[in-house]
Ligand binder design. Structure first.
Ligand code: PEP
Ligand code: MG
Length: 759
């Protein structure tokens, strides 16, 4: 009979472990006893504990079954051997024949030759891997799932004891370096605009789990059920709260969050963990650790986003278990909340107008937290690695979302500089407001159309406050990315209708779904691609799965309800793709006619110019499409073979280099030759940067689309620009051999008093 977990199951074992930990003996004696008990309970011939020393080496701390002399002698380098692999991946390993595994490393001093089967789990607490717990047997067998579960539970209890520092002196173990008093400048990405000067408030540093093992598992299960019920009620209450007044995208985000709160799989895993003998709090932590490990192994950005929702829920659940509202500490004035990760509901918990800024390590453009922060108008910087370890509650902090910079504990003089900037910003906002309703016309009379990019309902109010001429790029995929499930036809119609209503006759360019690449909805199956940006995305998906595009066109035609409609196709690489998509649109228009829908009074169809091949098919494209929009973000990443999402290369080439200038000039002159120039607009990031926009206007581009907040600064630049002076200089710079022409253009702007300062 194969050996199995026996003797009363994990509960008995956990009780026994608790007794051992409470014994008055040396730490080594307790560890020795622990491995013996685990080995005998799991009917394993070997049980060993490896802990991570400072420097990352894994040291054998205790063993039952291997040679005792190897204890404190056997050390494995980070990643070395099977044990190193488990620590590195923070994931269990279950092998029936360990020596066949490519990572197996033989250590003669341990005497482990006779043991073939091998089960190891990481000893993890939160984000930190303390070590590895293993069991081994002579027979080549595969350990059962319950055995793996049991070992993981033991490892978790062990992690807790190690973290308390009573077993091993923590200073001897691997520890992140902290330097809590020095000023620090950290770089991240501005995800919600603004500048905040305030005081750090560390978000929920971790709810401390005091008790790991339940005295009465049945009662514990009831506690968990009560807390889950209270959690559901509190999320419902948040949706109904008159004070929060959740609308639009924030509401959608919280509705998705509610689905997670009621996720049966999550609830079941929690209950199973309690049934195995853990307290409810420990069960939450255990399930969270597993979810985190599982998701980080996939490396999928969107799954990681879902993880933040689960983390938020887990923390909220633990607060319900403790029957606290979680806001016990008072927020300082001008609080800047710093978090490793934060969910959307947690941000709402802080309440509107109570925080001045936010810094979240794991937040990206499309994070739920970013969406809610923008709707609350709270400046947010994401992707700031290590800040939660570096900052302390009460530290002075500056959050400059424009530059993606966070300064912790800055000297007074630096704070004063930012105060000056804040005052200037307020002044500039007033100046932009003053020219909001004035046209963007250069000194020599060139009229430039300034439009905004949008994608969510919360962008719409900016149409009026920015003075945009229209929406030059509506990214329809965002609706698909923020929800927990695929938007139905009715949802799509509702969104497009609201956009057209809000635009009130101003032109809106709807870009059809630009999904794929790094934009994968949480509910769709992910297919790993080696080069996702160049993979199966955008128009390629649309042509291979025409149903999706037709469905979207149906929604657009219905929402237009007889009004004008502008539709743009992303990632067109050759004219044929455009024509095939156009045929689908004709079919959809025919269908609309047959079912008696009101047809759009006119339907213009455009293509995005963002794949370099199309530059060489531009003349044909210009005579086919009604308009073209130059997506410089993608066009430049492909032209320079430089991944826009990879920080090591994203800023390697200047967007104001002679090469870029020549590329843009070629596009402009080709378009002028076909006499279609007014129909090429630019909608990538460069359109919203005054200096780049100056070059674009100088080359002859007269339609730009950008983030709403940059319309003011760009318009201010245009109104002081004389293209007759700039143009000859640009043509000259096209011949330059310099890496960048930025300085030359800035010098021109300064000399000619063209304002190019941002925000
Ligand atoms: C672009 O590529 O420039 C563009 C505007 O599209 P997106 O940034 O959505 O890829
Ligand atoms: Mg693009």
């Amino acid at each position: 009979m194969p050996p199995q977990l026996v003797a009363g199951g994990p509960r008995v074992l956990l009780r026994r472990l608790r007794e051992i930990m409470a014994e008055r003996q040396s730490a080594q004696a307790r560890l020795d006893k622990l491995v013996t008990v685990v080995a005998s309970n799991m009917v394993a011939e070997v049980c060993s504990i490896y802990l991570r020393r400072a420097g990352g080496e894994l040291e054998l701390f205790a063993t039952e079954g291997l040679n005792r002399e190897a204890v404190h002698r056997t050390r494995l380098k980070p990643g070395e051997g099977l044990v190193g692999l488990v620590a590195e991946n923070a994931a269990p390993l279950n092998l029936s024949n360990a020596s066949e595994h490519p990572s197996f490393s033989y250590r003669p001093e341990t005497g482990e030759d006779p043991y073939r089967s091998f089960l190891a789990v990481p000893i993890v607490r939160g984000e930190r891997v303390f070590g590895v717990l293993t069991v081994q047997n002579r027979t080549a067998r595969h350990y059962e799932e319950e055995e793996e579960e049991a070992l993981a539970t033991i490892a978790m209890v062990l992690a807790e004891v190690v973290a308390q520092g009573t077993l091993v002196d923590l200073s001897e173990l691997d520890e992140t370096e902290l330097s809590p008093t020095k000023p620090a400048l950290l770089q991240g990405e501005g995800l919600s605009e603004g500048l905040a000067i305030g005081t750090v408030f560390l978000h929920e540093p971790r709810v401390k789990v005091e008790r790991m093992i339940a005295d009465d598992p049945a009662a514990e299960l009831r506690r968990l059920e009560d807390a889950l019920e209270a959690l559901s009620i509190s999320v419902d209450a948040m949706l109904e709260s008159p004070e929060l007044e959740l609308t639009g995208d924030t509401r959608e985000v919280i509705e998705a969050y509610r689905l997670f709160a009621n996720d049966q799989g999550w609830r079941q895993r929690l209950m199973d963990a309690v049934r195995s003998g853990l307290t409810a709090e420990a069960a939450v932590e255990r399930v969270q650790d597993e979810t985190r490990a599982r998701i980080s192994r996939t490396g999928d950005a969107y799954l990681r986003e879902r993880l933040h929702d689960f983390e938020d829920l887990a923390r909220r659940l633990v607060r319900h278990l403790a029957k606290s509202d979680g806001q016990s500490e008072a927020l300082p004035d001008q609080a800047v909340v710093v978090a490793r990760a934060m969910g959307p509901a947690e941000l709402l918990d802080y309440g509107r107008n109570r925080i001045a800024g936010l810094v979240v390590e794991e937040a990206t453009q499309t994070s739920h937290i970013a969406i809610v922060a923008r709707s609350m108008s709270v400046p947010l910087i994401g992707g700031v690695e290590g800040i939660a370890d570096l900052a302390r509650s009460g530290d002075a902090v500056v959050v400059d979302a424009e530059n993606g910079e966070v300064r912790i504990r800055p000297p007074k003089e630096v704070i004063n500089v930012y105060r000056g900037k804040q005052a200037l910003l307020a002044q500039r906002v007033a100046q932009f407001a003053a020219i909001r309703d004035e046209p963007a016309v250069t000194l020599d009379g060139v009229r430039v159309s300034l439009n905004m990019n949008a994608g969510l309902l919360l962008d719409l109010p900016h149409l009026a406050d920015s003075g945009a001429d229209g929406i030059g790029l509506f990214r329809t995929e965002l609706q698909f990315l923020i929800g927990a499930k695929m938007p139905r036809l009715a949802d799509q119609i509702a969104l497009y209708r609201q956009v057209l209503d809000a635009a009130g006759g101003k032109p809106v360019v709807f870009r059809t779904l630009d999904l794929g690449g790094d934009k994968i909805p949480s509910y769709s199956r992910t297919v790993r691609e080696e080069n996702p940006a160049m993979g199966w995305r955008a128009i390629r998906i649309a042509l291979d799965r025409p149903g999706l595009l037709r469905y979207q066109l149906r929604a657009l035609i219905t929402a237009a309800d007889g009004r004008s409609l502008r539709v743009m196709l992303p990632m067109i690489a050759e004219v044929d793709e455009f024509e095939r998509a156009r045929a689908l649109i004709r079919k959809e228009l025919d269908r609309a006619g047959r079912v008696g829908l009101k047809l759009p009074q006119d339907l213009q169809l455009g293509a995005m110019l963002e794949v370099p091949s199309l530059v060489f098919g531009l003349e044909q494209m210009l005579s086919s499409a009604d308009f073209i929009s130059l997506g410089s973000n993608d066009l430049l990443q492909f032209a320079f073979a430089s991944d826009r999402t990879n920080p090591n290369v994203a800023r390697r080439y200047d967007t104001l280099s002679p090469t870029v200038l020549n590329l843009l000039r070629h596009i402009a002159t080709t378009a002028q030759a076909v006499k279609r120039m007014p129909s090429i607009s630019v909608c990538g990031e460069i359109a919203g940067r005054p200096l780049e926009a100056m070059a674009l206007v100088g080359l002859g581009f007269t339609s730009l689309s950008m983030q709403a907040s940059t319309i003011g600064p760009v318009k201010m630049m245009i109104r002081e620009l004389d293209t007759r002076l700039l143009r000859p200089m640009l043509l000259e710079l096209c011949r330059s051999r310099a890496k960048s022409i930025r300085a030359a253009l800035a010098e021109f702007a300064e000399r000619r008093k063209v304002p190019i300062g941002r925000g």
